[in-house]
Write a protein that binds this ligand. Sequence first.
Ligand code: FEO
Length: 171
Amino acid sequence: MLKKKIEDAFNEQLNAELYSSYLYLAMAAYFEAQNFKGMANWMRVQTAEEYAHMMKFFNYIMERGGRVALKQVDEPQFEWDSPAAAFRSAHEHECKVTGLINGLMDLALSEKDHAASAFLQWFVTEQVEEEATVLDITELLERAGDQAGVLFMLDRELGQRPAASGADAGA
Ligand code: FEO
């Protein structure tokens, strides 16, 4: 059985993961509007990954006998100044999520909930990968600046990102 404190914190994180999915969906729409189809594809895949993260919390809360409580999801940003600015804000967002996951891990440890901390370990590792990937893309885009040819090539490359597999998608 989940302690109430952990149940509440996990429900908050479920909401944060759903917001992440929503934010990247807003970025996908922005890139579509800018005709950067490859970057839009990358964000569509990211949206699905974040939805899968949300479902991991959804399933785990129930598996431990807790109660899922869905809250309102904040409205994401609508517009960005450039592709680089959008990815820069995605990176800032991931750093924020890392802080939230670390806070949950601190809580699980202080409450001596070893099962919850084992569950959270997957997210600790995932955040390292997510931060690094988004930062790499951000830096490439910032270096590209307004060079249309380079942006075109990067867009094509980001369009190659495959859809998440069943396991990654939390299926
Ligand atoms: Fe679910 Fe990108 O953190």
